[in-house]
Ligand binder design. Structure first.
Ligand code: F6P
Length: 518
């Protein structure tokens, strides 16, 4: 298969159809997937676009590539490995995965039965952090008997704050790092260990757990064998939520949360594997995203979870989408030729409405929005939930349908404003509308529905990578920054001066080198 998207006649046909397809929500387009409703009525739609999409997916060998992903074939070709996170949540996982899961469950059961570890300090970054933060925020928002602190950033204030006020004798340090070399995690881990030692903890290493694809490195670091949980090379860092990295979720909330999330994600995997294209939620979301980004030119995608408990969904999806789709060359190493992964940003509604929704409604760029909401709340204040739901629907409707100049004018005249004043004011009050959005409705926020939601986005990202012809499973850009930081770090410590830098970087290396000591 050639990777050059723009040379495909199927792409030209898709692009032409997408340009002509209206965004009007005049036909209810609802897809049910793993207990979630996806409403894409607010995306570009026409029979011609549907046909062109099918042809484009065929040209991209969608069926074969999906099979390769789901069966653990090599899909990450620049690193020559699978991206087989779906194996971690398979209902009947292989023996190795099942054994690791059992070990983890036994660890949690024992800790719970002994009522040990009142405090958990989870140290990890990126994929070793966001998923767990998201799950703990979603299901532990009302508090649990264990206190959980997350430490990711290398900024020393993070670990300082993360350890502050905790009893070192009843604190478990969870070191989550696939590579077990990530500088933030290793440095923060070292500080946590020193903190245990300084408090006179008898065997500090016994209060450390490691989750990693490099068990021997964790062992060399001092973590006892029984406290090392394995993940595998074929689990991408941003997918590690499905691995033993979720130990913290199990300890902080409960084991059922992890099991429920795995089950929901599996259900979405099965939907993705079997649903026909037109009823396939991840595929339809992916197609809408390609239209919005590569044809209509929207540079970003706004995520608007109308659920306070999902505030960490935005950074979670930022990593999933932007680390995966932030690429400009295709698998042949040639420029893709169209705009790829959008910037992902957002905030829970209704806070978002009072922060940046004005820009979405009337700004010159605008952005497509994924509205995410739960039909049923888990608190007892039905009025709160009604207001939340009303706001979600209203914002979406305003973005879609806008308000015409004529309607705004009439509104002003009805309010008694003079004709001249009304004509002026109406121009300010009119909304263009026609802004694309999807509405994702979860019946309720449960581990199952959250798992399904995350898998929905994962598969969407895979399909978009396939259409664009890029590898969504590597992250060479981030790796390069890490290498440069290593060099600058050496220079700040007074070594290897003379590396080639621009004048500004050279100036600040000198200045910072003097102020922060060797
Ligand atoms: O940001 C780069 C990255 O490799 C992510 O993909 C990953 O989630 C993160 O660093 C942390 O990596 P590790 O789990 O190896 O510490």
């Amino acid at each position: 298969m050639s990777c050059a998207l723009t040379s495909l006649p199927e792409w030209a046909a898709f692009e032409a159809a997408a340009r002509k397809a209206p965004i009007q929500a005049n036909e209810l387009r609802l897809i049910q997937a793993a207990g979630i409703d996806l409403d894409i009525s607010g995306q570009a739609n026409s029979p011609a676009l549907t046909d062109a999409a099918q042809a484009l997916l065929n040209a991209r060998d969608f069926t074969q590539m999906r099979e390769r992903l789901l069966t653990g074939g090599i899909v990450n070709i620049t690193e020559n490995r699978a991206a087989w996170h779906t194996a971690l949540r398979a209902p009947a996982p292989n023996q190795e995965i099942a054994a690791e899961r059992q070990r983890l469950n036994a660890f949690v059961r024992l800790a719970d039965s002994e009522r040990r570890w009142r405090n958990i300090v989870h140290i990890g970054i990126g994929g070793s952090d966001w998923g767990v933060r998201l799950a703990v925020g979603a299901f532990g928002y009302a508090g649990t008997w264990r206190q959980v602190h997350f430490v990711a950033n290398i900024d020393g204030h993070a670990i300082q704050g993360g350890l502050a006020g905790l009893d070192p004798h009843d604190t478990l340090i969870v070191l989550a790092s696939k590579s077990f070399t990530t500088v933030e995690t290793m440095q923060n881990g070292q500080r946590a260990l020193e903190w245990l030692q300084a408090a006179g903890v008898e065997n500090p290493y016994k209060q450390v757990v490691a989750i990693t694809a490099r068990p021997e490195t964790a062992q060399a670091w001092g973590v006892p064998d029984t406290h090392i949980f394995k993940l595998w090379d074929w689990v991408g860092g941003r997918f590690s939520l499905w691995s033993a990295v979720s130990l913290t979720t199990a300890l902080a909330v409960k084991m059922d949360v992890v099991a429920g999330m795995l089950a929901g994600a599996t259900a979405m995997d099965s939907h993705f594997a079997n649903a026909p294209i037109e009823q396939n939620a991840p595929v339809q979301m992916a197609l809408a995203g390609v239209v919005n980004r590569s044809v209509l030119g929207y540079g970003s995608l706004n995520i608007a979870p109308y659920d306070f408990r999902l505030s960490n969904l935005v950074p979670y999806l930022q990593q999933l989408e932007m680390e995966s789709l932030g690429k400009s060359v295709n698998l042949d190493g040639e420029p893709v030729g169209v705009a790829t992964g959008p910037a992902i940003w957002g905030m829970p509604g209704t806070d978002a409405q009072h922060t940046f929704f004005q820009w979405l409604h009337q700004g010159s760029d605008g952005a497509p929005v994924d509205f995410i909401v739960c039909q049923q709340a888990d608190h007892g204040w039905s009025k709160h939930h009604k207001i939340l739901l009303a706001n979600c629907l209203a914002q979406r409707e305003a973005l879609l349908n806008g308000k015409s100049y004529e309607a705004a004018l009439q509104e002003c005249l009805d309010a008694g404003v003079s004709q001249q004043q009304a004509e002026w004011l109406a121009r300010h009050r009119a909304h263009a509308g026609g802004r694309p959005s999807s509405l994702i409705v979860l019946p309720q926020l449960t581990p199952y529905t959250l798992g399904a939601l995350l898998a929905l986005y994962e598969h969407k990202v895979f399909v978009q990578g396939l259409i664009w012809g890029i590898n969504p499973f590597d992250q060479w850009g981030v790796e390069y920054g890490k290498v440069l930081a290593g060099g600058i770090m050496a220079e700040l410590s007074g070594k290897l001066y003379g590396n080639a830098h621009d004048v500004s970087t050279a100036h600040w290396i000198q200045a910072f080198g003097q102020s922060c000591g060797k």
